[in-house]
Design a protein around this ligand. Sequence first.
Ligand code: GLC
Length: 470
Amino acid sequence: MEILFAAAEVSPFFKAGGLADVAGSLPLAMARLGHTVRLVAPLNLAEPPPGASLLPNRLDITVAGRHEAASLWQLPLEERATLYLIDCPHYFRRGHVYDEDDLERFTRFSLALAQLPYLPGWKPDVFHANDWHVCLAVREVSNAGGPPVLLTVHNVQYQGHFSPEWFEFTVGTFPEAEIFHQNRVFPNMLGLGLIQAQTVSTVSHTFAREIVTPEFAHGEETLFAHRQRPVVGILNGLDYDDFNPAADPMLAVLFDSSSLEERAVNKSVLQAWVGLPQGTGLPLLGMVTRLVEQKGLDILVPALERFLLGAEAQLIILGDGETRYKDELSCLAGIYGNKMGVVFGFDEGMARLIYGGCDVFIMPSSFEPGGLGQLISMRYGAIPLVRHTGGLADTVTDLTEDLSQGNGFVFRDYTPETLEAALDRAVSSFALREEWIRLQRRVMGLDFSWGASARDYEALYRIMVEGSRK
Ligand code: GLC
């Protein structure tokens, strides 16, 4: 099959979150199954990446009745997988993915993207779109009778709201206004995609059930109901070549499940980095996260206030996000300087050291469509401690008392108390040294690579193609 895959972020070129990891690895997994994949993103870099070449195609887009031109860069990634970057003067090339004028920017991106299925030599069998940024293209391609469209929702919280007047002025007639109105939803790009896409999926089985409910749908529940078709759940995989503790140049020391003692070096480098006492005696808990409500910061801060008082443990947090959480975490780190270190910002090297050096990796998310941190931590021998929600529920099973079954620490209610109890449980389990090492080995042996999930996408694409032929 020929697959057109579009997303706003693509790792390793430009990344703001987990979407980039998926867009950077799923297309390659599909190419390795023998499909031809064209991966499309905005040119979010200041300059085209080395090796990219400018194609002669000019994409003519009409915005607010005026013609604007976009151009197209091409970068071969590997056999059968090519990255295409859409370049719109003024709107991209900013060196970051998201900005205040995203509605205007992704409107242009989508209008250009929607023309690609019709370029000479392109004949995609399916168009796989991701998140709200490309939903205007979902609509345009669907309306034009193009290839069947799969919309994967990675985060339903981000929707791209607009007024009907803006749409009519910028894009043109807006017949969907009636559907939004009937379903009592303020017009938004994600909703347009939900109305128009042939198939909608999300990135875990549990979240596929959750996403249609008012608790998780962020106001889009009536549009999910309007579709009258279930949301498909396909679990995200992890790129096992990129994330490999036996070959990761960002680690201080490489290791695998037969040389777990080497992890101690990564742990001590981490401890030194944030000024914690060095040593292996205490469990080191780690987090790599966006500092936002979704990631559980509301329960984390009060849980830590109590946990750190008595805990025989150390904690390291790397992340960026909302100022209020930064202030609260700095304050805690100020009080418990010998137990807790925080670093604000994002540093891939430090993130890898956290996965490859800490003992327990914490993800207390309020919701989590897929979650990659827990998969990376398991690959690197850090035991996940997660809330039972979305993709976390699909990938982490709570440990029994003797640590012989299960692969992490799971708590259910979204409260500081349940989180604190799970943290205490992890600390006491760490003391059972031999069982802990056996647990680490077992967790490292689990397979969360793309294999099975890429086959699931392949099967889904086939069903969509068959369905569109009828
Ligand atoms: C979003 C979700 C996260 C998921 C990622 C990739 O960032 O919040 O749960 O893993 O997308 O699908």
